[in-house]
Design a protein around this ligand. Structure first.
Ligand code: ATP
Ligand code: MG
Length: 194
């Protein structure tokens, strides 16, 4: 599984449609302070379903929408932010769990948010729920609560966390989170049926 490309429109500093293609291997993003490097990893987090504005270095979700620039070449704020990522070599089981057509081995996840608060998710351009996106990446280490995106200070946080919290990191790495989730859901259905 690998990150193939990322497309952002109206997301943070990416006012215009911006596409980044990632080659296999290591990619380093360099540039002066404030040019938008961290906004790229924020975009990845966000499209995977991040619900916390704080994790995205904002105070509310609408802060991810391009807020305009000042000066002679100033630009008006946009009304919508959209990010898509394409992931190649997806695991078949995860695709099935998220209800994605199996003829695709790559998947494009899209999230869109409007200033009035509405949020939309798409898998290969088909509208879906946040839950489907979460299902798709559960147990892969890529999900929103996973260890594959390490923000500043997060290593310290893991080292200082309580055993139970740290256990969740290991469980995700071992690939058992998704089974735990499935069990929880099955129990809930059983409860309901009874
Ligand atoms: P550093 O090297 O200091 O870590 P960086 O390249 O990681 O910098 P970012 O934090 O990604 O920089 O980008 C910050 C820039 O993004 C700031 O200039 C900020 O004004 C801009 N920015 C953030 N949110 C928005 C938004 N909603 N609309 C417009 N610009 C935004
Ligand atoms: Mg940064």
């Amino acid at each position: 599984m690998y990150l193939k490309s990322l497309k952002a429109i109206g997301f943070k500093s990416f006012a215009d449609k911006t596409t980044l293609n990632f080659e296999k291997g290591i990619t380093a993003v360099v540039g002066p302070n404030g040019c938008g490097k961290s906004n790229i990893s924020d975009a990845v987090r966000w499209v995977l379903g991040e619900q916390s504005a704080k994790q995205l270095r904002g105070s509310e979700m609408a802060d991810v929408i391009f807020s305009g620039t000042e000066g002679p070449r100033g630009r008006k704020p946009t009304s919508m932010a959209e990010v898509s990522i394409t992931i190649g070599d997806m695991d078949e089981e995860n695709l099935k769990a998220a209800g994605v057509d199996l003829s695709f081995s790559e998947v494009t996840v899209t999230r869109r948010v409007f200033r009035d608060g509405g949020s939309e998710y798409f898998l290969n351009n088909v509208p879906c729920r946040l839950r489907d996106v979460q299902q798709l990446f559960m147990g892969t280490g890529i999900g929103r609560n996973s260890y594959s995106i390490m923000a500043q200070g997060q290593i310290t946080q893991i080292i200082q966390s309580r055993p139970l919290e740290r256990r969740q990191v290991f469980e995700e790495a071992a690939g058992i989170t998704k089974f735990k989730q499935q069990k929880k859901e099955a129990l809930r259905k059983l409860d309901y049926t009874e």
